[in-house]
Write a protein that binds this ligand. Structure first.
Ligand code: ADP
Ligand code: MG
Ligand code: MG
Length: 865
């Protein structure tokens, strides 16, 4: 097997073999872009080394060959002080794992060659700066000498010399280097003095870093296979730290935070490698490169555009400028916030860079959901006290208790508190703390710092570069001017504006987003599965319509009875023995319902709306406490004991299997009659105003054809009566909810009576499994843990059981009425996996809660693509 590919031998398709970084370096070389030359050791080589203990002798001889070729291409040589070849050694797996693995720069320098390198470049300061960086990176990455020890040596020298490390004199640099060598000695180590030895040790260290804790945590978090291994890229060095005409930076082809089509990023003059990302020096925005090095800026802009066009996606690019020459060191599809993902997909389609179908596939249902992210209300912002301001690195709004490290974050989180992690800067070691936080705030670093990148990836609100924070980790405080907060104090973080407020602010949800609207319009044109909403209050109905529901799949009338004065009337209907009192109560209920339905029809208008007649067991409407019973008894002039007995007589052992649904329609026909009368009358009001409403009346929990026939016959009588009296006939439909296994089995019979079907998946799942939906959580988690079931059937359709019943019911129903409209309502109507199933069996629509409508519209479109 071939273990090593020169960049010229690979392509962008070879991610699995060469890792993402290697494949893209190869692809960029192939496109003729300015990439320093190099080669890639393949991912299976890493796995063979780690898992199969493959001997390295074969690899080393291939590596020698690859270095020889590299020497030929560059005209430079390892260990040759007159013409020194230096390389970077860079890990890179199939999936990008930011900061998870470590890079070594300037590899090849030694005590001897650094002198030659100084002469060669004519810049001793630069040469020794490179060497001190190599000693530091090599010590940290390869030998795991604690970073803090290197930092301390530098810090002490900085104090003594009263200047920054970047301004050290040659002598000071040499002192540092001597001290670094001593540090190695203290750890029983020597820094290897030949390039080949350095390289071999570095390569195996990178292989081993595949299994470090950070990398494992990241893989577990993102469900990445542990068996992929990492590739190792060896690339000739270019130097961003060789003076004022040099620098290094990171640039995105579009803004990863809000998606705007603009060059976005940061750079540092006279800097190398991770300086930008590490957040140690605060970098300059890319726009100022246009002023400082206009030629470089324009060339960069051109290359970035070329890369974006080539990859058909937003690119995240690392570049280095060496003495006014631009090099590209990495490109990859950039991580972005969900909001940015949406905007980028839509705008790329509008720019014809991608098709509308491709745009629809670039956005996941989850993203859609979270773009409806929270913001603080304008009002509460106006009242709030500002604490600090930084860069809005990842949007969202979060309030929580502050803490200063990962451990504290986890502890607070476990205690059930929302957490805001406040740090000078984050590093990969903070991952676990970041996961458990509602928001992340950093003192240093810019929009491309570790904190910003990781937060955007996780969709967590984040503010970076709040430069005025003074964090005292030991004391557990953070101060701005004279305001000092302690661990556990509350703040509110606005990830869009970058403002941190004291205390807790009020939140609002965003409901409109111009790009989402456009994307979902495209979705509707390609999908054949419609999306309705479950809603009955005017506010929910309005939200549903704003989110683009084509109608209402389920309006639950009982929700409208749970108001004090209405409850009273329904109680009278159920309890009283006085016919006149009962009629009076029914009249009142008629008025209430009529005004409810009218309001609903005014919002929904001619769009279809399925109104379900009363469903829950009667006892839900009756008082249970003795105090309430007393009050009610007085009002209906009953004996307390008589009322208590009557209520007891209505109690049931299994209410969900009891006197509910259409069974109420049979035993208490007046209630259904009043509801239907109210529906018809309110529809009539709209009809008279010219809105062609066609009421859809749904009878729940039907198990027998005869239940449906009898109830329907009564209702039709009422309807005929009203329409006749008002001389205003119009069409309407009476359908049934299919939520019992028996109803599925006799769906052909039911179809003879029903104008439409709607599957109530909550009850159908409950009745099919025999799992009480109110109590099953007590054992479902154990069922999941033990692998008895693979997922919660109340969240995602049980295709083999419940799904089969639905399929069968659809087939039997349509065998009688081929064109019958069949939909589904209930939680599953808003679940992407279930939506796919419903589309595949030919349902006409799904109905879900208003906030899931956008997600459902996108999913419905994606299943057809
Ligand atoms: P990461 O995966 O953490 O981004 P990289 O391998 O991309 O690590 O390396 C980090 C940084 O090191 C790069 O952004 C680049 O600035 C610098 N670097 C890597 N290789 C070279 C090279 N051959 N010449 C100059 N700088 C390099
Ligand atoms: Mg990189
Ligand atoms: Mg039900």
């Amino acid at each position: 097997t071939k273990r090593i590919y020169d960049f010229s031998e690979g392509t962008g398709e070879m991610r699995k073999l060469l890792g993402g970084k290697g494949a893209n370096l190869a692809e960029m070389s192939r496109l003729g872009l300015p990439v320093p030359t190099g080669f890639t050791i393949t991912t299976p080589t890493c796995i063979n080394y780690l898992e199969n203990n493959e001997s390295v002798s074969q690899l080393w001889s291939e590596l020698d060959g690859a270095i020889e070729r590299l020497e030929q291409r560059t005209g430079k040589h390892f260990d040759d002080p007159t013409n020194l070849l230096l390389v970077s050694v860079r890990s890179g797996s199939q999936f990008s794992m930011p900061g998870m693995m470590d890079t070594i720069l300037n590899l090849g320098l030694s005590d001897e060659t650094v002198e030659g390198f100084a002469e060669l470049t004519g810049d001793a300061h630069f040469a020794y700066d490179c060497y001190r960086r190599l000693l530091q990176m090599f010590g940290e990455v390869v030998y795991a000498i604690p970073k803090i020890k290197f930092d301390n040596i530098i810090a002490r020298q900085e104090e003594q010399s009263k200047k920054n490390v970047t301004d050290f004199s040659l002598t000071e640099l040499k002192t540092i280097i001597t001290k670094f060598h001593k540090l190695y000695e203290e750890h029983g180590l020597v820094f290897p003095q030949t390039a080949t030895e350095q390289l071999r040790i570095a390569v195996t260290a990178i292989f081993e870093s595949w299994n470090n804790k950070r990398a494992m945590t990241y893989r577990e978090l993102h469900n990445i296979d542990h068996n992929l291994g990492t590739a190792v890229n060896v690339q000739s060095m270019v130097f961003g730290n060789s003076g004022e005409e040099s620098g290094t930076g990171v640039v995105f082809s579009r803004n990863p935070s809000d998606g705007e089509n603009e060059l976005f990023g940061e750079f540092l003059i006279n800097a190398q490698g991770e300086d930008v990302v590490a957040g140690i020096r605060t970098p300059q925005p890319i726009a100022s490169l246009a002023e400082e090095m206009p030629n470089m800026y324009h060339e960069l802009k051109k290359l970035v555009e070329q890369l974006e066009t080539h990859y058909h996606d937003m690119q995240d690019i690392e570049f280095t400028i060496e003495d006014n020459r631009l090099y590209l060191l990495q490109t990859r599809n950039g991580k972005r916030t969900n909001q940015a993902a949406l905007r980028i997909a839509v705008e790329m389609a509008e720019e014809r860079l991608i098709t509308k179908e491709e745009a629809l596939l670039k956005v996941t249902p989850d993203m859609v959901n979270s773009t409806l992210h929270d913001v603080f209300s304008e009002e509460s912002k106006a009242r709030a006290t500002l604490f600090s301001k930084g860069l809005g690195a990842s949007p969202g709004a979060a309030s929580g208790k502050i803490c200063f490290d990962s451990e504290a974050a986890k502890a607070l989180h476990l205690a059930g508190d929302p957490v805001i992690l406040v740090r000078n800067e984050t590093s990969p070691d903070d991952i676990e703390g970041m996961i458990t936080s509602q928001a992340i705030v950093t003192n240093h670093g810019g929009m491309t710092s570790h904190a910003a990148v990781v937060a955007r990836g996780m969709g967590t609100c984040c503010v970076t570069g709040c430069g005025n924070l003074v964090i005292d980790e030991e004391a557990g405080t953070v101060s701005v001017d004279r305001v000092t907060l302690e661990e556990g104090d509350w703040v509110s973080v606005d990830g869009t504006s970058g403002v941190i407020y004291l205390g807790v602010l009020e939140k609002e949800s965003i409901t409109t987003n111009h790009h989402l609207t456009t994307l979902l319009e495209w979705a509707d044109t390609v999908s054949d599965l419609k999306v309705r909403a479950n809603a009955e209050t005017p506010q929910d109905l309005q939200t549903a319509m704003d989110f683009g529901a084509v109608g209402v799949g389920l309006a639950r009338t009982e929700h409208m009875f749970f108001k004090k004065e209405r409850l009273q009337e329904i109680r009278k209907v159920v309890l009283t023995e006085d016919e006149a009192e009962k009629q009076e109560a029914l009249e009142k209920l008629l008025d209430y319902q009529r005004s409810d339905f009218e309001k609903m029809y005014h919002i929904v208008r001619e769009k279809p709306m399925v109104i379900r007649l009363l469903d829950p067991p009667l006892h839900e409407f009756l008082p249970s406490s003795s105090k309430e019973i007393e009050v009610l008894a007085k009002e209906i002039e009953w004996d307390v004991s008589k009322l208590t007995n009557r209520i007891h007589s209505l109690e049931e052992t299994n209410p969900m299997l009891g006197h509910r649904g259409c069974r109420l329609g049979v035993t208490l026909p007046e209630l259904y009659q009043v509801q239907v009368k109210a529906i018809i009358l309110s529809a009539m009001t709209l009809r008279r105003k010219g809105v062609p409403v066609v009421p859809e009346i749904m009878i729940p929990l039907v198990a027998e054809k005869e239940e449906l026939s009898q109830i329907k016959a009564q209702l039709i009588k009422v309807i005929d009566d009203v329409m006749g009296r008002e001389k205003c006939p119009f069409p309407y439909e009476i359908g049934t909810m299919i939520e019992l296994p028996r109803a599925c089995l006799i769906a052909d019979d039911l179809a003879k009576e029903a104008d439409f079907f709607s599957f109530g998946t909550n009850d159908l799942t409950q009745m099919t499994y025999g799992f009480s939906r109110d109590d099953a959580t007590k054992f479902l988690s154990e069922y999941l843990e033990k692998g008895i079931i693979s997922h919660d059937p109340f969240q995602t359709i049980d295709e083999h059981g419940v799904g089969e019943l639905i399929k069968l019911a659809v087939a039997r129903g349509r065998s009688i009425k081929p064109d019958m409209v069949i939909g589904v309502c209930g939680e599953l109507g808003g679940d992407p996996t279930s939506i796919k199933f419903f589309q595949s069996i030919g349902l006409d629509y799904v109905s879900c809660s208003p906030f899931r409508v956008p997600l459902a519209r996108l999913t419905a479109a994606q299943v057809g693509l």
